[in-house]
Design a protein around this ligand. Sequence first.
Ligand SMILES: [Zn+2]
Length: 148
Amino acid sequence: MQGINKPVMFLFDKNEEFEGVLVSAELWRKIEPIVSPYMEGETTGCAPTQPERPEPMKDWDTLVEYWDFAYPVNYEVTCDECGNSTPNWIEDSPRKFRLLSANLGGLVNFGCTKCQAKITKKHFKDCIESSTTPFCDEKDPKLNAVYG
Ligand SMILES: [Zn+2]
C-alpha cells in the first residue's frame, strides 16, 4: 500500500463510484476496536475491496409476515434502465437484484446488479407502483479525492 499522508482518504473507482475509505495505520489502530463489531463476515486485517451491505432480509420478512395488500406477495422486479428483470428476485442465483431496503409501509428498494439503478416498488392496497432511478454518478466535488 502506498504511503498515506492523510488520516482518512475517500476512495473512488474508475466510474467515480464511492468505494470506501482508506485510513492511516495510526488512525486504524485507534478505530479498529470501534469498527470491528461491524466487520463480522468481512475479511479482517485489511479493508474489503468491495464492501457490500448485507441485504436487510429481516425487513423483507417482516413485510411479508404482515402483508395486508389485496394481492399475493410480489417478487417481480424489472429495471427500466437496462431491461434486467426477474419473476422472482429472491430465487435468482446469482442475484439480479439486491434488496436495499424494505419497510412495513410497503416501500421496497432494489439495486440492479447490472447497471446499479435503483428500483423502487411501492405497494399500495391494490396495486404496485414500480419506478427505476438510473444510477446517478453525480458526486459532491468536495469528496472527490484523487488516489492511485
Ligand atoms: Zn439495470
